[in-house]
Design a protein around this ligand. Structure first.
Ligand SMILES: Nc1nc2c(ncn2[C@@H]2O[C@H](COP(=O)(O)OP(=O)(O)OP(=O)(O)O)[C@@H](O)[C@H]2O)c(=O)[nH]1
Ligand SMILES: [Mg+2]
Length: 499
């Protein structure tokens, strides 16, 4: 367990009904009780399970509202001194947060205590429900910090839940997915993962591989006992059960990742066709630099937006063409990498000078992908439907637009949406790994395959066992059992403060 006590506002900052300040760590209770004065009426204390029950009953809001509706009660008569020992775990306490300087109430609150280890972080956790206003939240949080808590880093509560063994890394990552879920299906996937579905798969595979490893180690230690390892059975188990499951998880990622990570849309085309102008139009702001000079965009520009209700990562790229300018060449290399990792390419051409040699060369690079042909600058031609293309390109969905004058953009968005719907309609997957998990799974598949090949070709057990150990290590990486601190920091930095 970490030693210090952390605190943060767990609800969005701003005006609202309720704001929650969360404190976790060994001093959570003493800090909270040093600024909290309980209401004298003990019957007001509500067990959290009871309050949940109430929350689902029609009378819930009335009951809770009435707690607040009693109005300020003179402090000297109506509040008992705080007394940590008296507060019981998993109960709600009604009272006031007191300004220690003048002993006046700052806000009327409900306080709950979750004693370690029965809390989100497995540490003592106190949650204070206050009235959500910027000043109230800031004042109470400052007070908590002044009593010895440290402001929590983004995701630090969940990181503690992971470090203290309450959840594994796949579940911690599911929490952020749950918060970010933009569709019912994404929510379903996040919930399955938060419940530990992926962990169960991986743990089963680790166990099966470890069973084989134990036998191999025994055969190394006792070479005279040749019958310990039945290579045929081991290979059969691995190929039938383990590799099939691991490969299915990779396929599930390929098919379903758009649901959890968003649709990756890349705008590609030769210089000056209007790629950055389209990016700005979709974002509704001047994000990318636009000039009449070809080669303006030299680096990748990426933004996340909700496009027709779909979470989308849109990428503006450097124009592709023949160039020996070293900066442009780096930009074009990055463009190619982005194209490789994309779900949809918006292949942009210029309505005034369509289908020159460079356009066809670009199409050769992207043609294995899902491509929408975007004919831009239609404001400069009399008939954009008159533009002739070759047979191969004729089959592509086409959007005729003017990025500069915002013509045809809605129809382009609809085309993207239709492709997304077609892509995701038939997905009936419950577990979709994320990119980090997928990469670790791929490493484990490589090691398992090396192990199988080694066994088949009769390599010594000492050698093949190395591959088997590597496979197990990669799978442990998925669960976060073997993971470097910087990767952990990277994962949790995606969270908001207070989670
Ligand atoms: N008339 C007209 N001009 C446009 C349109 N879209 C872009 N332009 C102009 O075309 C020029 C190039 O636009 P950009 O958006 O910078 O083109 P780009 O493809 O990003 O160019 P590079 O970054 O150099 O590859 C600018 O002068 C834009 O104002 C359009 O729909 N109609
Ligand atoms: Mg550009």
């Amino acid at each position: 367990m970490e030693n210090d006590t952390i605190a943060a506002v767990s609800t969005p900052i701003g005006s609202g009904g309720i704001g929650i300040i969360k404190i976790s760590g060994k001093n959570a209770l003493s800090i909270a009780t040093s600024i909290f004065k309980r209401s004298s009426n003990r019957s007001r204390n509500i067990s959290t399970s009871e309050s949940k029950k109430r929350a689902h009953s029609p009378l819930a809001s009335e009951v809770l509202a009435s707690e607040f509706a009693t109005g300020p009660i003179p402090f000297s008569h109506s509040f008992l001194p705080a007394c940590g020992e008296e507060l019981q775990s998993h109960r709600l306490y009604h009272g006031n947060i007191i300004n220690p300087e003048n002993e006046k109430p700052i806000d009327e609150v409900l306080l709950s205590l979750m004693k370690a280890p029965h809390s989100y972080t497995k540490e003592d956790v106190v949650e204070i429900n206050v009235h959500s206003g910027l000043v109230v939240l800031r004042t109470i949080l400052d007070l908590v910090l002044s009593k010895g808590a440290r402001l929590a880093e983004p995701g630090e509560f969940t990181k503690r839940a992971f470090l203290n063994g309450r959840i594994d890394l796949t579940q911690a990552e599911a929490v952020i997915d749950l918060i970010n879920a933009k569709s019912g299906k994404a929510l379903e996937i996040a919930n399955a993962q938060a419940g530990g579905d992926l962990r169960v798969y991986i743990q089963d595979i680790i166990k099966a591989l470890t069973d084989i490893l134990i036998k191999i180690d025994a055969a190394i230690d006792f070479p005279e006992d040749v019958g310990i390892v039945d290579s045929k059975t081991a290979i059969c188990t691995i190929e039938r059960d383990i590799l099939t499951t691991l490969k299915k998880l990779i396929t599930d990622y390929d098919e379903g990742h758009v649901l959890r990570e968003g649709l990756r849309v890349v705008i590609a085309g030769r210089p000056n066709v209007g790629k950055s102008s389209l990016m700005n139009q979709l974002l509704k702001k001047e994000h990318a630099i636009v000039t009449p000079v070809p080669g303006t965009t030299r680096d990748i520009l990426e933004e996340t937006l909700i496009l027709s209700g779909i979470q989308t990562i849109i990428t503006d790229t450097a124009g592709l063409h023949d160039s020996d300018d070293p900066v442009e060449m780096i930009g074009m290399k990055k463009t190619r990498e982005k194209i490789e990792g994309s779900d949809i390419i918006l292949f942009m051409i210029d309505a005034v000078t369509p289908f020159i040699k460079t356009d066809y060369e670009i199409y050769e690079i992207i043609k294995e992908k899902l491509v929408i042909l975007v004919i831009n600058k239609i404001d400069l031609v009399s008939d954009a439907f008159d533009i002739k293309t070759n047979d191969e390109l004729k089959v592509l969905p086409v959007a005729r637009i003017s990025a500069l004058y915002n013509i045809g953009i809605d129809s382009l968005k609809k085309t993207i949406k239709n492709i997304f719907i077609n892509k995701t309609n038939n997905i009936s997957i419950d577990i979709i790994p994320n990119i980090r998990q997928k990469m670790a799974l791929e490493k484990s598949i490589d090691s398992v395959e090396l192990f199988v090949n080694g066994l088949q070709s009769g390599l010594p057990f000492e050698l093949v066992s190395i591959d088997l150990k590597d496979a197990i290590e990669s799978l442990k990486e998925v669960l976060g059992l073997k993971i470097k601190d910087d990767i952990l920091d990277q994962i949790f930095s995606r969270f908001c403060i207070g989670k």
